[in-house]
Design a binder for this molecule. Structure first.
Ligand SMILES: [Zn+2]
Length: 315
């Protein structure tokens, strides 16, 4: 494990002990603490697996964003929502990029569905995905995906992308916040940077607390809020254009959180998580909390469970 002696964003040496201790319900059942920097309020998993060791924590057939499975109700729901969200994401980007044939880089493209949808809308789209399994699934769909940064650099130095998207990717990256400088260099003049993350100050995060599925330790290394993310990106040479909510995230995350709660009761001495299927009651509870979270976001009392932040490169 890697212990962070200071905040990766501001270098602050003090954090508030542990804000919350969460379990890895997906792969190992290990406990991880999340701390909050006293200076800049950034929340991060600490200690965390090193970049070399983190792959072991992705070894699960249940890791949905790297699978295309439709075997049970949860997977079917996930895949259905994924399709609906692709449209919504493309509309958000469309607002900022009217011209067709614009070059788009989907950074951390997973199994490539967004790339495919973007190509269909007329974007010249390429992806970067270091996860070998996910990348080969994406390649099988006929999209252009790079698995190594060196390859990406070589391709990009010719023509830089006008849009870079990170859909639920930044919270996984050991390289944050330095990676923002890299993305800034890769991006074309006046290019658009689109970052979607789970929001740990949303109502569903508060309600589920340690069971909140979007803490997803230790795969999620950072646990952003609008107050910690937006100023950090702006400081690196971007103008904040605006944000959009992801209304389906609250339902999906709430359902997984109900599952976590149940699993916690079921056993959890290890070595592996038991497979738990959500019941009808779990669906009803998750729908209630998901709706409450969305309503609170619409009334601007709390952020959405998942939000998309759009920035424009100023330099
Ligand atoms: Zn800090």
């Amino acid at each position: 494990m890697e212990v962070l002696g200071h905040c990766p964003a501001c270098g602050g040496k003090k954090h508030n002990g542990s804000m919350v201790v969460c379990r890895d319900y997906l792969v190992t059942l290990e406990l991880f603490q999340i701390v909050e920097c006293e200076n800049c309020q950034l929340r991060f998993t600490n200690p965390r697996p090193s970049k070399q060791k983190i792959a072991a924590y992705y070894r699960s057939e249940d890791y949905l964003s790297h699978s295309d499975g439709k075997n049970n109700l949860l997977e079917k729901t996930y895949q259905h929502v994924k399709t609906l969200m692709l449209d919504r994401k493309l509309k958000m980007i469309g607002k900022h990029s009217k011209r067709e044939g614009r070059k788009l880089l989907d950074f951390g493209c997973g199994t490539g569905d967004f790339l495919l949808a973007a190509e269909k809308k007329g974007y010249n789209a390429i992806g970067y995905e270091p996860g070998k399994n996910a990348a080969s699934k994406a390649k099988a769909k006929g999209v252009r995906v790079f698995t190594r940064m060196e390859e990406l650099y070589e391709t990009i130095t010719q023509t830089k992308p006008d849009i870079i998207t990170l859909w639920h990717v930044l919270e996984h990256m050991h390289e944050y916040p330095g990676i923002i400088d890299t993305l800034n260099l890769l991006l074309n003049k006046n290019g658009i940077l689109v970052i979607a993350v789970p929001v740990s100050s949303s109502l569903d995060a508060k309600r589920y607390h340690k069971y909140w599925a979007a803490y997803d330790v230790p795969r999620h290394l950072f646990h952003f809020t609008p107050d910690t993310l937006v100023p950090a990106i702006v400081q690196k040479g971007f103008r904040f254009v605006g944000k959009n909510g992801l209304p389906f995230d609250s339902y999906y995350i709430s359902l997984l959180s109900e599952k976590n709660k149940k699993q916690d009761k079921a056993e959890n001495t290890g070595p592996k998580p038991t497979k738990i299927k959500p019941s009808l009651i779990d669906f009803i509870k998750a729908t209630a909390i998901g709706s409450a979270s969305n309503l609170s976001a619409m009334l601007q009392r709390t952020p959405w469970s998942g939000e998309v932040y759009t920035f424009e490169k100023t330099g």
